[in-house]
Design a protein. Sequence first.
Length: 233
Amino acid sequence: MAVIVAQNNTAALAAQGATSTVPIVCTVGGDPIQMGLVASFNRTGVVIQTAELMGKRLEFLHELLPTATVVAVLVNPTNPSAMASETSNLQDAARALGLELRILQASTPNEIEAAFETLVGYRAAGLVVSADTFFTNRRSQITALAADHAVPAIYVVRFFPAAGGLMSYGPDYADSYRQMGLYTGKILNGASPADLPVQQMVKVELVINFNTAKALGLTVPPSILARADEVIE
């Protein structure tokens, strides 16, 4: 086997556990050093997305809900490194915006249900859903619960607004997959993985589901619409 391609944190860690000799090209949603995937940012061929975007997501949510005072974030406690980096970044952003941040945890479908009940009890005006493969796989459940509870939420990737969620701000996954393909091709053509530095994705996209905004009774400010890469109607 010449190379392994893994498209998320779980797959990358599983591949690493299975071999120490086959090169692994992957996308991860956190710090690959903290996760133990690489020793440094200049020693392997990994494409990453960082937690720094969490603060920007909260800014978009605050711009959409300017009178909000309490917001919540949904995190997966079984992904501790990503949870720590994302919540830390989000807490800093919340303090800067004068918002109270409530942290909700879920790692099972039932816990997702319970998290939304807790969110209502907190009287949170909006929700930020963190980057996690489990949440992406449960996007239909999460977006349905957000609609049922009339909670404006912002997500990591366009899969969510495409499934009926309100909005997303995050990496352009098509672009990240192209980068993975380029790295894979280089390795197959003889390049040494040790010579391929970690690539940090810089191309991000803002996606808004306009129908969901109308269903929630929200008026999307022109300032947000002008920055949207895609508006779903």
